[in-house]
Design a protein around this ligand. Structure first.
Ligand code: GCO
Ligand code: MG
Length: 475
């Protein structure tokens, strides 16, 4: 914290004592909205002049002047891949927050939701009231949930935490309770067309400092396999690059039998050649039936995985019981969840060991705190989703939560390419196996709007999958 900030806060605290003694409840409840016009990029030109009056009154925070949201900018940009950023400006000159609202393949739906439906509700609100805003945006529209709305809500939530941190002069992890660890142990991806190539990529990751590696291999006889590019060499290539951008969805062929034969052999190979120290992980990408997942988890036991990721489709929580009954391989689940309540049965029944929701799709830090606390009470650890197709502010939010909770497990991460770092600077840094954020106030990310304009949106889809008989399968 700078000296200027410290003395500002000290005098704020002093005047708070006076104000709280003097202010009557009536005064506090009498705030009557904003006169600022909403202005943001995009097509919405609403002329609202009153903030929706459903929230409690603006109350002066520690004597600081009341703060209002004056503008919501939705920035859609494609520096290497598509990102949707939310920039929330406030009545304090220069004070704004940046959030990420990227939903791969449905970016424009989220942008439209933010511009047309959500921005008008935010203008004039107190950005300090994060929980109230979350509740208002979640329960207010009556039609609650779903990936589009929850991603939009996450974007707003992150921007508000960023503002709160900047105003307090603290990094967000301090607001969440302060450090519990030196950094967030991270895993990277090693994938390849055969075992030797996966081993080679894994060795490069270990040489770079990683202690944990997620391994995926192309399955012989199948065209395209999730998580492999059939030759991705660099550990820094993101998960997103594997899910290559295409203007129409590509089709991969999946068959469970060769997959279930090949994966245990991959891990037998990796353990034999890389030794026992490295932590190994594998992603099933929600494509198995319950009995297949139970068999795979069982067959992988000798290789002591850190965890087996997302074995089942997200709709079938009860089916996790079957995996548990047949295996001691640790299980992780959650990247397709977009509701807090998706997590409840898995955690309270202890059917999983790691909850790995995507902060960007479940409602941001406000949602993640609740998931983390519930998980703590049932001895489940966190492993937030950290692919290349969510933006740096969500990766930063992951790490702020990771380093401030007691039950952190592991953090998936990517290295963003230079072009993305130019547009959205401030992603967490990797060193010696750990991710970390700096001590700058807020989340630590920004958006360079001028640079963003150089990279306009490009339509892109994730691949789809079919069985050999032509029927649709989960990708
Ligand atoms: C992971 C994920 C991603 C997803 C991607 C979809 O574990 O990182 O499975 O690679 O496929 O986020 O948009
Ligand atoms: Mg995954």
């Amino acid at each position: 914290m700078t000296d200027a900030n410290r003395s500002k806060q000290e005098s704020a605290r002093r005047s708070f004592l006076k104000i709280s003694a003097a202010a009557s409840l009536a005064e506090l409840l009498n705030w009557s909205g904003s006169s600022s016009a909403a202005s943001h990029t995009g097509k919405w030109e609403g002329a609202e002049t009153q903030a929706p009056q459903s929230s409690p009154a603006l109350s002066p925070l520690a004597g600081l002047p009341p703060l209002k949201i004056t503008e919501v900018r939705v920035i859609v940009t494609c520096p290497d891949r598509n990102y949707v950023l939310v920039k929330i400006l406030t009545s304090e000159p220069g004070l704004y927050g940046v959030g990420d609202a990227t939903l791969n393949g449905r970016e424009l739906a989220v942008a439209e939701d933010l511009e047309k439906h959500i921005a008008p509700l935010l203008i004039g609100r107190d950005p300090e009231q994060i929980e109230d805003t979350w509740q208002y945006l979640y329960r207010g529209p009556y039609w609650r949930g779903g990936p589009v709305q929850m991603t939009a809500l996450a974007g707003v939530d992150l921007a508000l935490w960023d503002i709160k941190g900047k105003r307090a002069g603290m990094p967000v992890y301090q607001l969440l309770g302060g450090r519990t660890r030196i950094g967030a142990m991270a895993y990277t991806h090693a994938s390849g067309k055969d075992f030797a190539e996966v081993e080679d990529v894994a060795r490069k990751a270990l040489a770079r400092g990683f202690k944990c590696v997620r391994a995926q291999v192309a399955i012989p006889g199948l065209e395209g396999t999730y998580g492999t590019s059939g030759g991705q060499k660099k550990p820094e290539a993101s998960a997103g690059r594997v899910a290559n951008m295409a203007s129409l969805p590509s089709t991969e062929i999946f068959e469970p039998a060769p997959y279930l034969r090949t994966v245990p052999r991959l891990f037998e190979h990796l353990r034999a050649n890389l030794g026992d120290e490295v932590e190994l992980l594998h992603d099933c990408h929600e494509k198995l039936d319950p009995i297949q997942a139970a068999r795979l988890a069982h067959d992988l036991e000798p290789y002591h995985l850190f965890f087996l990721e997302d074995p089942l489709r997200p709709e079938y929580k009860e089916s996790f019981r079957l995996i548990r009954e047949h295996s001691t391989t640790p299980i992780a689940m959650g990247e397709l969840f977009n509701s807090l309540w998706d997590c409840v049965p898995l955690i309270k029944e202890q059917w999983i060991d790691y909850i790995r929701c995507d902060l960007g799709h479940i409602g941001g830090i406000t949602a993640a705190r609740k998931v983390a606390i519930l998980a703590e009470l049932f001895q489940v650890r966190t492993a937030w989703h950290g692919p290349g197709d969510i933006g740096p502010p969500t990766h930063a939010a992951n790490v702020h939560v990771d380093i401030s909770i007691p039950n952190f497990g592991i953090q998936e991460m990517v290295f963003f390419p230079d072009v993305a770092r130019e547009v959205i600077p401030g992603a967490p840094e990797f060193k010696d196996g750990y991710m970390n954020v700096g001590d700058s106030p807020g989340l630590g990310c920004d958006v360079n709007e001028e640079a963003a304009r150089k990279y306009p949106y490009r339509r892109a889809y994730l691949p789809t999958a079919r069985r050999k008989d032509g029927s649709v399968h989960d990708w």
